[in-house]
Ligand binder design. Structure first.
Ligand code: ZN
Ligand code: ZN
Length: 807
């Protein structure tokens, strides 16, 4: 294809499509989705204009291929908008809602495809320019244009934006005049953008460019364990130019960990400059660009006049600096937020997936927090929400910051540091690591460390994962092939606070996720492969018990206790030496705990008691029975409720009462008798008659090795998107129909301890949570992570409709 002609024709087409999208935007009440599409189209057009301006007739082949693909995508958008969305013009709003529901995901995927084209195009273009300074200038002009664009789309001009624009233009002038080095330029750009980022009160106005997917590191082919020498050698050669690794001894230690990570593309010298933060150049609407993530929320107290909510949050305070904070927010009864901030009174014990704070409050709270000087981790701050004369909310301090309430790790900070010192763990510092993708909101990330991709877990202090215990276990048992490998602990940039830890990224994702996907695809994982995993798990449990540790998570029905690595080996992933006896997690503790957890001898619930209990090896064995059963059964394991429902009645109101079953439902004939005997032995009522893991291991036949044909072909990760798809959101299911793995959910922050979700279908049919005065917040999947859209829905009113509130 001839590039110049192609560009012109795409420009015309894009303008046509933009008109259609704008029309659809007014017609459909889905401004966010269509606005995002409009943004992408406009960005693309600016990019095309840039190409036209160049008058270059010598573009590489990749440019025209990508242009061809872009044209195809834009044509598809055109057809969808004209034929599917605008054709329903004149029909009822109900029909439009249906049409929207049908085509929404297609719109999303086309928008993403377009963005990908733009990113590829940028890569192709920047590769084709020869001179570095020319390239820098082109990039800067994209940045400037991007700011122009976000200014237009937000319809407001803020002072800070024009300041940035001026400073960028000044920088550009400087390049032309002087022969400054590229690193200097980049330093000034990223610091200018870093300084002003987030000042605007609208997320679309964040002062960093929408262009520049080209600077986003691409995850390349996985390095297998055997290639670690080679990887390390290459790594050493390019870390030479990276001088901000402050502690040289740590680098060499981290380098030793290269065999358990995935190599990232070393990219160019831009990316290696010490002031370069690639995350500044990533796309706008991803979860990593949200400054404040709540991981827990509960109602602290309430009076006739006001309510105080307490939130656990992670604040992205500066580039590569996340702070763990507690904030109390007081809301008065006459506030318009009153109805939308109802929370459960029970303190959450695990990280939930919700945003909790309405978007506009969240943005304001984040801004206020950004201004606090000398904010330390675990500080507790108090706000008041009030309305100004125009009815706009404003968040103000009700009290200056107070001392940390409790140490969330459960130990004094110096004790934690000395434990880490005793262990001699490898360390990474927060300012040296970069989150590439959020895998589970808000605490799990795919994170790049010195060019290697690892799994990051941010410590929130909730009992979801006993972090120090896990670190200790992983460190002490490192080297055993069926236990996840610890790569490093993460400390703040001064080395004074434990912030999280890094594990190898399990290249194939979660074991139960693989089984669930295979069942959904109608091609169940062959028995020999599942049998191999089962044996590996029992081996790991035996090893862990022999060293005096316990697993504590094998009974998790909806969690992620087991991962699968690049070589298709099962890895125990998640550990806990204390179990939470809570009726939200029934069925996982063996009978000897029932009295402690407030249950009768028959397993029924007598009283609600939240208590932490010690996990014993016998408890592990009982739970191992459940994990082995799930591996062998042909039911979708992500939602263990099916299990209880099938055993007992179909009633949804009484499943808590029937949750503590001991014997599990029979397995199919495909499963050999020895395996069924193992499960039965694990589920024994009397703890002393449960065999040890070592005995269980002896019950497996000695010759179980799947043939190569039965194993999947060697596995390689090609893109962050592919990687994220290996980590599906787990533990989310509809509390009405038990459907799981939903793109969109409606969530109540109050019912079921703030963990009530319903699926889009039940929602369409008029379902609501347990209280008709509650509002459901709409959440949808963005970049593989469920995040809240700022729509709050009432129950269905008398006239047959719901009220929708945008906050
Ligand atoms: Zn449902
Ligand atoms: Zn509710």
């Amino acid at each position: 294809m001839e590039v110049v002609g192609a560009v012109a024709s795409i420009v015309t087409l894009t303008k046509l499509v933009l008109d259609g999208v704008k029309l659809a935007k007014t017609l459909y009440k889905a401004p966010d989705d269509l606005a995002a599409l409009q943004d992408q189209l406009e960005c693309f057009n600016v990019m095309l204009a840039e190409i036209e301006k160049c008058h270059n007739h010598d573009w590489p082949g990749l440019v025209s291929t990508t242009l061809g693909r872009a044209r195809l995508t834009i044509e598809q958008i055109h057809q969808l908008v004209e034929l599917k969305l605008l054709k329903t013009n004149g029909s009822t709003s109900r029909a439009r809602r249906r049409a929207w529901a049908r085509h929404k995901s297609k719109i999303h995927s086309l928008r993403d495809a377009l963005r990908e084209c733009r990113e590829n195009l940028t890569t192709a273009l920047s590769a084709s320019s020869s001179s570095l300074s020319h390239r820098a200038e082109a990039r800067l002009s994209f940045i400037t244009q991007g700011i122009d664009l976000s200014r237009q789309s937000a319809n407001t001009i803020t002072k800070s934006l024009s300041e940035i624009q001026q400073s960028l233009e000044a920088t550009r002038g400087a390049i032309q005049v002087q022969s400054q080095t590229v690193n200097d330029i980049l330093r000034s750009v990223s610091s200018a953008a870093g300084l002003h980022r987030g000042r605007g009160n609208n997320e679309h106005m964040l002062a960093y460019p929408t262009f520049g997917g080209f600077l986003r590191p691409l995850v390349q082919v996985t390095e297998t364990h055997g290639n670690c020498q080679h990887a390390a050698a290459e790594l050493a050669s390019f870390t030479g130019s990276r001088n901000h690794w402050p502690r040289s001894t740590e680098i060499s230690r981290l380098d030793c960990a290269t065999d358990i990570s995935i190599r990232l593309n070393p990219a160019s010298s831009f990316e290696l400059s010490d002031q370069f933060f690639p995350e500044l150049y990533t796309v706008l609407d991803g979860p990593l660009n949200v400054r404040l993530h709540a991981y827990s929320a509960y109602e602290e107290h309430s009076t006739e006049l006001a309510r105080t909510n307490c939130y656990g949050v992670f604040l992205l305070k500066a580039q590569r600096q996340w702070q763990r904070l507690t904030i109390s927010v007081q809301i008065s009864r006459n506030s318009r937020f009153w109805d939308y901030t109802k929370l459960s009174r029970s303190k959450p014990n695990y990280v939930t997936n919700s945003y909790h704070l309405p978007r506009s409050l969240q943005v304001q709270a984040a801004e206020l927090l950004m201004e606090v000087q000398g904010l330390v981790d675990d500080a507790h701050l108090s706000f008041t929400v009030s309305e100004n004369t125009h009815g706009h909310p404003s968040v103000t301090w009700s009290q200056e910051k107070t001392a940390p309430r409790h140490n969330p790790v459960g130990f004094a900070n110096d004790e934690v540091l000395s434990l880490l010192d005793d262990l001699g763990c490898q360390r990474a510092f927060e300012n040296e690591i970069m989150q590439v993708a959020m895998l589970q909101a808000p605490e799990c990330f795919a994170t790049s460390v010195n060019g290697h991709l690892l799994h990051e877990y941010k410590i929130s202090g909730l009992a979801g994962e006993c972090s120090l215990y896990t670190i200790q276990l992983l460190h002490c048992l490192s080297g055993f092939q069926h236990i996840a490998k610890l790569a490093a602990v993460i400390l703040d940039s001064k080395g004074r606070q434990l912030k999280g830890f890094l594990r190898e990224i399990p290249a194939r994702g979660w074991l139960f996720g693989i089984i669930a996907k295979s069942l959904a695809d109608g091609q169940p994982v062959p028995w020999s492969r599942r049998e191999k995993w089962a044996k590996q798990i029992v081996e790991a449990v035996s090893h862990i018990h022999s060293k005096g540790f316990v697993v504590g998570t094998l009974g998790e029905l909806s969690g992620t206790p087991i991962a699968v690595d690049n070589e298709d080996r099962a890895l125990l992933w998640k550990f806990r030496n204390k179990a939470w006896a809570n009726r939200r997690f029934p069925g996982h503790l063996p009978p000897e705990y029932w009295q402690q957890t407030g249950q009768g001898t028959d397993g029924t619930l007598c009283e609600i008691r939240d208590e932490l209990v010690d996990v014993t090896p016998r408890c592990d064995i009982f739970q191992l029975g459940m994990a082995l059963w799930l591996i062998a059964s042909k039911r979708l394991p992500l939602n263990g409720w099916h299990l209880f429902q099938n055993v007992d009645s179909q009633s949804t109101t009484s499943f808590y009462e029937h949750a503590n079953i001991i014997a599990l439902p029979p397995l199919s004939d495909e499963v050999p008798q020895y395996y069924k005997d193992i499960i039965a032995a694990c589920r024994s009522v009397t703890p002393t008659t449960r065999p040890t893991a070592r005995r269980l291991l002896q019950m497996f036949p000695s010759n179980i090795t799947p043939t190569t044909r039965e194993l999947q072909s060697p596995f390689s990760i090609t893109s962050p998107e592919k990687l994220i798809s290996n980590f599906p959101q787990v533990a989310i299911y509809c509390d009405i129909c038990r459907a799981e793995k939903m793109e969109t959910i409606f969530h109540c922050d109050s019912c079921l301890c703030g963990d009530f979700d319903i699926c889009a279908r039940c929602f369409e049919e008029g379902a609501h949570c347990h209280d008709s005065t509650h509002f459901l917040v709409e959440m949808t999947t963005k970049h593989g992570v469920l995040l809240a859209v700022n729509n709050y829905h009432s129950c269905v009113k008398d006239e047959g409709r719901r009220e929708i509130m945008h906050l």
